[in-house]
Design a protein around this ligand. Sequence first.
Ligand code: SF4
Length: 672
Amino acid sequence: MIEKLEQLQLETLPEMVRFQGRILFLVDDPQLIRRQLQGEDISWPTDLPLRDNISTDEITPAYICYYFDETLGEFPYLGLKAGDEFPVSRGSVKAGGFVCSVSGKRRGKGSSREQSPYAEMCAGIRVVIASNIERIYRENCQNLGILTSTDFSLIDRIASGAEIPLTEFTQGEGAITRDIIEHGGLFRYNVARIQGKVRVPAPSESSRPMTLAEKVVARHWVRDLAKNMVGVPYVAPGDEGFVRTDIRFSHEYVTPMSAIFWEQYVGADVRIADPDSVFFFRDHLTFLDVAMTDERKAQGLLDVALQLKRKQEQFATAQGVKLYGELPRSGRTGAARGSEAICHSKILEQHAQPGHLIIGSDSHTPHAGAIGSIAFGVGTTAIFNSWLTKDVRIRVPPSVLIRVNGRKPENVTAKDFMLQILRHPYVKNGHAIGKIVEYAGEAVTDLSVDERATMTNMAAEVGAFTGIVGPDEAVVEYLRRERGLDPAEARQLISGLYSDDGAEYEEIIELRANELRPLVALPGDPGNGLFIEELGGPVKIDIAYAGSCTGGKKSDMDMYARVFKAALEKGQTVSPDVQCFIQCGSQEVKQYCEQQGYLEVFTAVGAKFIEPSCGACINAGPGVSYDSGTVTISAINRNFPGRSGPGQLYLASPYTTAASAIAGIITAWVSS
Ligand code: SF4
């Protein structure tokens, strides 16, 4: 493998770059977008209402990600909402001859899907300019070779075809990111690394108090790839380098594209490094045939999507990688039956350890931070490269400490903590983007590991690099109960995993748990949180969805069952106007429901139990909406436009989701 890559001839980008093409301004005005697509150029500067918060779901909606090759260039921005319209049509960006795409705050938020920048690249976009850019999306751009900037003064120079020093796109970046940009992407950079043509700088080694997260990163720091030397005593924010992974995982949306990159650049006959620490998952699309509209089926999208499954299976077999797959379909009809597990649910349940460093192809990879792992989402190119080097690049982010103090009311959950955190101005204005969020405080340590996972999982909605909770006796007990680990061994794993006195935090946010009440996030963004009593009137619901990685854990099932049991005792069932779905995150959680007798409770109350899978959360399973008038209350983690169908989706806690299913309107649960 190394021999082949050692022969590869590499060229870097020139010192001066020039672009030939138009600028596409992504604005709130649908007519203005259409006019640009039809050929009208807009001069800059202007007071255009640039779109903020463009998520990767909008750049490439989930159904577009069934494609995993250059066909993606037909589709960028198909899910982009301007006003109340979706003004971009298939092929229009590519046909428009655009080279640069401009938008406002928090560009590329949401899912870590690299299909988004890859679709933009395949449509001709070479530069992305925005007020600020989300970490994973930005890294994905750099890894693919797309230039990014927050400097709006570049727009005129790009439009006029002027020569621009490449340093304009690398200034402020660390040495490694600079080298990756100059090499035109991560793979070429890694080849240069293997060839000894680039030097990876050493981290600052001066003694300092470190956060828990920094300690884990230091333990995994790659000092010398060739000599397999790992670990340094100290790291500090801003240090850039590579960290050795303990676990690498990917799901069917990402594995196929990574596999194609592998076969194309490395070779189908080459084994990936340490396949035993790699896991693949078939979790996102197992119920797709149930949820996909006839119109999309007629467009052949079901067949396209099936290629993802087949490619992942074929690559897993060829590489000897463990695949958590789809359950065998039932009967002669071949009806879908779901999945063995959602990726990060299974990683936390069975594989992650305190102090591990984990990467996954999903923005909610931080889930495993609940037991003190550093787990973060990366894109397709980073996964593909990690199969080669077993490491991943990192720039040590600053940390933010969020303390939830005091005792919470009984009907307030970790989800409510997160909806409150997401509407905090520091988070809502994007200041936590790319940072490590450490959750602490009495109300956090009082939570179960499952509930802590809701908080670390939703570090993705914060826009953070990752989320972590210091491991304690609750983690020891979790490892004993869930994995049969000897408590002494578990205590050994958590030894030293705490933040030092005097550790550096860029911001400390304090919340008072006793002042919280159940929240919902209004449709459109997880940051749209409101206390339920602030809704201003009854909100009638049509669907209650109780599942996903965030809402499909054992403790979530406890909460649904608690509300439903109490309802049954009062002679109540799910409202006749509401369809209620329960979906676990893994077969293990389903077995727990069976042992606890929950399946009977769910059936008796009128909820429909579905086998584990991502399903409705990603607009691909029972529980999705089919028109804009449908109102859903959901325990999932994000409600960007179109995420779970065209309807209006409110985010809520498991208690609120279940109580609302009974009431037929959004309702906080009150224990009797
Ligand atoms: S359940 Fe939703 S958020 Fe979780 S992994 Fe699946 S698609 Fe992503």
